[in-house]
Design a protein. Structure first.
Lengths: 337, 266
């Protein structure tokens, strides 16, 4: 059960100060040329004032687009191999939306499935999430259709919900308590504000458990072909997605030295499953689009007992050809076998 | 709009085409590509200022070619892309029914020659905002321009939305995807991003139809279209050629002339 407090708007300045004094960097949504993205801030005034979401997801904080795994030098008769060590700075992610906070769970499921990924874990261990409930949503949002909500606490160490003059602060984890203890005088006793009343209203669009149950039986449905006809096979959806976790291992080397890099990859790319023989089991875009849906809504629940989608809608907003995930899932859920 | 819908229904009913590729309402105010495959779906077609995507990008796709003959709704930039694709032998003359749209008026163009004649009557102009940005970039010192692009590319994540949205990026095996040998680093680090955008720009110099779709496609708002437009304008300035005007290939960067004014090439 969360400990609930009141936090005044003015006290955020002191909270930011206390976090920085504790040696933590603060990442928050900031505005630059009309775009909202995560940036390092020192004071609350630098945080974007009115935003729905960042374009990119917060996954970069724990899973960057390029990660060096190892490097080596080659001299006659000898190879010197050096493991890379993660650079993990104590970080507070401030003001991310509940959907994105929850998404770290989906990343965690993969990075700690059968192997503990030291890079991801090193960063996650030093990461604290101060989430911010949504008071508005757009047509791309569908958190409530995938088990989340605009004021959902999952994934946040502290969840702030905007109320008059400040925030309702739910301190949810040990990491949250540690932050509270840095500036306990700022956290005033809560007064039982009904956060649901202030949170955005996001209507559930489709019956997700029913969709997940029927997906295995609709692998050959024409719906995937119809939906994907306009997909151009780029990786925008996967790269902005807070749960998309697929990566490619690349070697950058010359005869004397080299580096092994882990780079974001996307199942939407035609090269993703291309075999060395030239055979491609997902030869057409419809097969790749179907994989995207199945991975998130069928394979993820089977394997990790959770969904690989948090309904943030970033993919829909980023898509150059307006592939609307909520709409397409709703359509798929309505297909009669 | 009514004329377009009527013609679309006719084409589908008579079996002259298997699909009419146009625009339909999308998320919010957005418009999206739409394949009307039955006369009953034609009603979903819309045509207004928000219809900006260059649909010619679909004309070379396997999935679309497999549908059979397609009619394509083609505003000016799409018309330019289609004739360039024909010039580059990616589309056969007559492969598509081209429903040329110019300020609301619809004209059906059946051949490359008709398209060329139609395009010759029109002045090609750059978007005012792009013109301003290009002038601003031109006025910068080399160092400032370098810094500007370095900063812009720092947001690139190599999702290839710019490449994949481009009607002229139809290569089956893009240099970016070539790994034997690996010409360009796959990783989206500073060198990988820079090399990618340089290759893309050079490959479109003299071939870019200046639709701006690559820039619109970029999820992180990098004005990548300014690179290819700038290269296209340079080719025009130096060689007097423009992509998207002629049915027969006229491409400065792959043309050799014995009377070339430069001595190094002779």
């Amino acid at each position: 059960m969360a400990n609930t407090y009141q936090l005044s708007r003015e006290s955020l300045t002191s909270l930011f100060g206390a976090l920085r004094k504790d040696g933590r960097r603060i990442l928050a949504p900031v505005e630059s040329d009309g775009r909202i993205g995560l940036g390092e801030v020192e004071a609350p005034a630098q945080v974007a004032g009115d935003y729905l979401q960042t374009i990119m997801s917060a996954k970069e904080v724990a899973f960057p687009k390029v990660e060096r795994l190892l490097s080596y030098t080659i001299t006659p008769g000898q190879v010197d191999l050096k493991d890379a060590e993660p650079k993990a700075a104590p970080t507070v992610l401030f003001g991310v939306r509940p959907c994105e906070a929850k998404a770290f769970g989906a990343l965690d499921a993969v990075f700690n499935w059968d192997y503990r990924d030291k890079f991801f874990n090193a960063r996650l261990e030093k990461l604290a999430v101060i989430g911010l409930s949504c008071t508005k949503a757009d047509e791309a949002c569908f958190c409530t259709s995938v088990g989340g909500g605009p004021a959902d606490t999952a994934g946040s160490d502290i969840l702030l919900t905007p109320v008059a003059d400040g925030y309702l602060a739910e301190v949810l984890t040990e990491k949250g308590t540690a932050i509270l203890n840095l500036a306990s005088d700022l956290f005033k006793p809560g007064n039982g504000v009904d956060k649901v009343a202030v949170a955005a209203k996001v209507e559930a669009a489709f019956d997700q458990p029913a969709l997940t149950a029927k997906l295995p039986g609709m692998f050959d449905s024409e719906v995937w072909v119809d939906q994907s006809l306009r997909c151009i096979g780029c990786g925008a959806c996967a790269f902005v997605c807070p749960t998309c976790v697929c990566f490619d291992i690349q070697e950058e080397a010359d005869p004397k030295q080299g580096e092994r890099l882990r780079c974001w990859d996307s199942c939407g790319f035609h090269m993703f499953t291309l075999h060395a023989s030239g055979h491609n089991p997902r030869e057409v875009q419809s097969a790749r689009w179907r994989q995207r849906i199945y991975h998130k809504f069928s394979y993820y629940p089977q394997r990790y007992d959770q969904l690989g989608c948090v309904g943030c809608g970033k993919c829909t907003r980023a898509c150059p050809v307006d592939m609307n995930l909520k709409e397409h899932l709703t359509e798929a859920a309505g297909v009669t076998a | 709009m009514e004329a377009l819908k009527q013609r679309a229904i006719e084409l589908l009913e008579k079996g002259e085409v298997k699909a009419v590729l146009g625009y339909a309402k999308g998320t919010g105010q957005a418009r999206r590509a739409f394949f009307a495959r039955q006369p009953g779906q034609v009603d979903k077609l819309v045509l207004d200022e928000a219809c900006t995507q260059n649909l010619a990008a679909y004309a070379t796709k396997h999935e679309v070619k497999k549908l059979g003959r397609v009619a394509i709704v083609a505003p000016p930039a799409t018309q330019r892309a289609l004739i360039q694709l024909m010039a580059e032998r990616q589309l056969r003359d007559g492969d598509l029914a081209i429903l040329a749209v110019d300020e609301g008026a619809i004209k059906e163009l059946g051949s490359a020659a008709a398209l060329e004649e139609h395009l010759a009557l029109k002045a090609q102009g750059l978007d005012a905002k792009d013109k301003t940005l290009l002038a601003k970039l031109d006025a910068m010192s080399r160092e400032d321009r370098w810094a500007y692009w370095q900063n812009e590319f720092s947001r690139c994540m190599k999702c290839y939305a710019c490449r994949n949205s481009c009607p002229m990026c139809y290569c089956e095996h893009c240099t970016m995807d070539c790994n034997r040998p690996q010409w360009v680093p796959v990783a989206s680090h500073s060198i990988g991003n820079l090399e990618y955008h340089m290759v893309r720009t050079m490959h479109l110099a003299g071939r870019c139809v200046e639709c701006g779709d690559c820039g619109r496609a970029c999820p992180v708002g990098i004005p990548v279209h300014l690179l290819t437009i700038s290269a296209e304008e340079t080719v025009h300035e130096l060689f007097g050629q423009r992509a998207g005007a002629k049915a027969k290939l006229d491409y400065a960067l792959s043309t050799f002339k014995t009377d070339d004014k430069e001595s190094f090439i002779r």
